[in-house]
Design a protein around this ligand. Structure first.
Ligand code: NAD
Length: 296
């Protein structure tokens, strides 16, 4: 049993926090939203009235916050985690944030005497609820060894990607590939259909051929071939355009800093930006096929 402070009980954090409590850990939960704290209490955690109260006797702090500015503020403001956590507490941030913000957070934590790991996830709210997330972890070896048993209560694939920020690097590179491959898959279905194939026939052929990819076989953007994909429920997310766009912005800015050529990544960013600007930020990202077909 580990004493855990969990901060950020939103769409993702709620399920993750519940899984830690279910695994027998003593979880103190905090969020700015009181209803989220009440929900966490219903799933086995104990609510806290502030960050200070949540982390006061924590061995590990887990956070699941919207973006880098929230993470830096929650950990390093004068009333934040680093000011109130006992020495030796491990910081484990699972939010998706910029590589540079994650490295900055790890540096500031180290200067204050704490180890901080970045541990962003893949798997969405369904994975968070089911405890089947994939974690991509950056930070020192001893921090990874301490974090692993807790991550296993929330996920099924746990990867140590290297030093601080490498978890975020893996996450944004993966999601950039996902954004690109979904547009490519949508274009391939549209082309095949325009040339006279029905979608199922093209799926049967391409999913057994060299064009096969996750966007086709697990998350197919046309209704029918993959019954669980959002295409079968009018592109209700799933993983919304706005969230894909957040990750593509992070990838574009990281690529700029690193001098990496991501021409297709930038094109994907532009295509999802247009969708968002047209008011489709809440559409599942596979709904880009509607744009490719000229339907929206
Ligand atoms: P969310 O907006 O539902 O939850 C964030 C929570 O943080 C909210 O409950 C909010 O009240 C709380 N919060 C914000 N500032 C706070 C503060 N200062 N102190 C305490 N609580 C604070 O977001 P989400 O969908 O749960 O996503 C969280 C993170 O996970 C994001 O970085 C996102 O990119 C990443 N992510 C999301 C998904 C997904 O499918 N939703 C998938 C993978 C990764």
């Amino acid at each position: 049993m580990t004493r855990i402070a969990f901060i950020g009980l939103g769409n993702m954090g709620a399920g993750m926090c519940a899984n830690l409590a279910r695994a027998g850990h003593a979880v103190r939960a905090f969020d700015l939203n009181k209803a989220a704290i009440a929900n966490a209490e219903n799933s086995g955690a104990k609510g806290a009235a502030s960050v200070a109260e949540a982390v006061g006797d924590a061995e590990v702090v887990v956070s699941m916050l919207p973006a880098g500015k929230h993470v830096l503020s929650v950990y390093f403001d004068s009333d934040g985690v680093a000011a109130h956590a006992p020495k030796e507490t491990l910081f484990l941030d699972c939010s998706t944030i910029a590589v540079e913000d994650a490295r900055e957070a790890a540096r500031r934590a180290k200067a204050a005497g704490f180890a901080m790991m970045d541990a962003p996830v893949s798997g969405g709210t369904a994975g968070a609820d089911a405890g089947t997330l994939t974690f991509m972890v950056g930070g020192p070896d001893d921090g990874f060894a301490r974090a692993k048993p807790l991550l296993e209560a929330m996920g099924k694939n746990i990867f140590h990607a290297g030093g601080s920020g490498n978890g975020q690097a893996a996450k944004i590179a993966n999601n950039m590939l996902l954004g690109i491959s979904m547009i490519g898959t949508a274009e391939a279905f549209n082309l095949a259909e325009k040339l006279g194939l029905d979608a199922q026939t093209f799926f049967d052929i391409s999913s057994a051929s060299s064009g096969q990819c996750w966007s086709m076989t697990s998350y197919c953007p046309v209704p029918g071939p993959v019954p669980a994909s959002p295409a079968n429920r009018d592109y209700k997310p799933g993983f919304a355009v706005a969230m894909m766009l957040k990750d593509l912005h992070l990838a574009a800015s990281a690529a700029k800093g690193a001098g990496a050529d991501i021409r297709l990544g930038e094109l994907a960013e532009a295509i999802y930006t247009q969708l968002d600007e047209k008011g489709f930020g809440n559409l599942d990202f596979s709904g880009v096929i509607k744009d490719v077909r000229g339907e929206i």
